[in-house]
Design a protein around this ligand. Structure first.
Ligand code: OOG
Ligand code: NI
Length: 457
């Protein structure tokens, strides 16, 4: 078979993302409401800003503006993570970044599976933030052994999904009918199961160890726990949530609103209580509830260099040393005001971000201009080179912890005694993760080289 008979991985990813969206709207109706808020907000922003609308249209982004940008799952074992990597690879999604959430009191470490090339990102940017439970953090040894046994027995992928992964790897791709089947088989892994694997008694023990441990170990599979469309105005979307009858997380995570948006801002509605039946030891079913699934929205800005990121972390820490957002939202306004004030220390014009090497840009040569000088600042001043922000496509550990936390009942955070173990994570994964800073730096360097070549020509 010729390779052209294979479906492009971007097409498979887009089909998967849209199938997930349809499934999740049925499973979590409040998510449909969130999508309405996003669609309405985005329409209002575009009406008020014809320039933005034209630019999005030019970049072929207008039709898919409100589509899902990411989702998240939590896995139980190294084998599950390993297989998940193979599944996502078929959809053109590769592990980028290592996030240690242990430092924030969450017993997981994570990566994001995502498209990495510019073309793949613009075809469909869907990512999955994927966490692996760190069972070694269960202190009760008997409970830990029990959790391991439960997880070892479950099979989160259908047999057919595994076969199709092997087929794709052997042949180098999937035909149309195989790809269709692959998407529907893989979807099964992310489906919600309202019948737990464990008795309510076990669930409670796991829950006492950590709510997240119960969420992973008690169920048949890693149900998708949220999906996240892109909003063009996250402050407006956040404000609209209560008007539409859904309970918003107390504050928007990440940087404050700015003229030049940086990194990632995100917020969610709080996870819902859902009915679950637990098989009792005597064979009867016990009906109780579990809280795990929610909806989130995101707005992205420019990717920061390591230097910019250090300034971001330091600025955020300084603000949070003065005021930490309360889970009940009681100090939300004060927190947002302090955040904006604190970030006055962070340059807010593109040229300063460039000159101070705080953020990554893509350079372009201006047609017909000749290079008189080798210095980049001079070429920019002369109008021979223009620069555009590189969008941040990854995640932020402090923000992720805030998202986890607000959906785990907002109990006070305890710091877990862990050592970061990227090595263990990568061994489970079967490959190393791409370092996001290296990746952005390469995008910037490549664009500069191309622009300089063009000026010489
Ligand atoms: C993942 C939370 C992290 C984000 O957007 O930062 C995340 C989870 O709750 O499993 O999705
Ligand atoms: Ni998320």
């Amino acid at each position: 078979m010729t390779s052209s008979a294979f479906v492009n991985s971007n097409t498979i990813r887009a089909a998967f993302s849209s199938a997930m969206s349809v499934m999740y709207q049925t499973e979590v109706p409040a998510y449909g409401t969130l999508q309405t808020i996003v669609t309405d907000t985005n329409a209002a922003v575009l009406d008020a800003d014809p320039e933005l609308k034209a630019s999005l249209k030019n970049h072929n982004e207008l039709d898919r503006i409100s589509d899902e940008r990411h989702g998240a799952i939590r896995l139980g074992t190294a084998d599950e993570l390993h297989m998940m990597r193979r599944v996502f690879a078929i959809m053109g999604m590769f592990p980028v970044g290592y996030y240690d959430l242990g430092v924030a009191g969450i017993p997981v470490h994570s990566t994001a599976f995502r498209p990495t090339s510019h073309d793949a990102l613009s075809a469909n940017p869907f990512r999955v933030f994927t966490s692996l439970l760190r069972l070694e953090l269960i202190q009760d040894e008997a409970l830990r052994t029990q959790a391991v046994e439960i997880l070892e027995q479950r099979q989160i992928f259908t047999n057919r999904a595994v076969t199709l992964v092997e087929t794709a790897e052997t042949n180098g791709g999937l035909t149309k009918s195989q790809a269709d089947e692959f998407v529907s088989e893989v979807l099964e892994t992310f489906r919600w199961h309202s019948d737990a694997l464990v008795s309510f008694e076990t669930y409670e023990k796991l829950h006492d160890a950590h709510r997240l441990i119960a969420d992973v170990v008690s169920f048949r599979g890693p149900h998708i726990n949220h999906l996240t469309p892109r909003t063009l105005d996250i402050d407006a979307s956040q404000a609209a949530m209560p008007e539409y009858g859904i309970a918003a997380k107390a504050v928007i995570e990440g940087p404050p609103p700015r003229k030049c948006p940086i990194l990632l801002r995100q917020t969610s509605f709080k996870a819902l209580e859902e009915d679950v039946s637990f098989p009792d030891l005597d064979g009867t079913l016990k009906s109780r509830s579990h809280t795990a699934r929610f909806g989130e929205i995101e707005q992205r800005g420019i990717a920061l260099t390591a230097k910019g990121r250090a300034l971001y972390d330091q600025t955020l820490n300084t603000v949070r040393a003065i005021i930490t957002p309360a889970a009940d939202g009681s100090n939300a306004d004060e927190y947002m005001a302090a955040l904006s004030k604190g970030f006055e220390a962070f340059p807010d014009d593109w040229r300063s971000l460039l000159d101070q090497e705080l953020a990554y840009f893509k350079f372009s040569a201006v047609n017909g201009m000749e290079s008189q000088s080798a210095s980049l600042p001079d070429l920019i001043d002369a109008g021979a080179i223009t620069f555009d922000p590189v969008v941040y496509e990854d995640f932020l550990p402090v923000s992720a912890a805030g998202i986890f936390q607000s959906n785990l009942g907002d109990k006070a955070t305890e710091t877990l005694q862990t050592t970061s173990s990227q090595d263990t994570f990568e061994t489970a994964l079967g490959t190393s993760v791409l370092n996001e800073f290296d990746h952005y730096a390469a995008i910037q360097a490549q664009s500069l080289e191309t622009a300089m070549e063009a000026l010489k020509a």
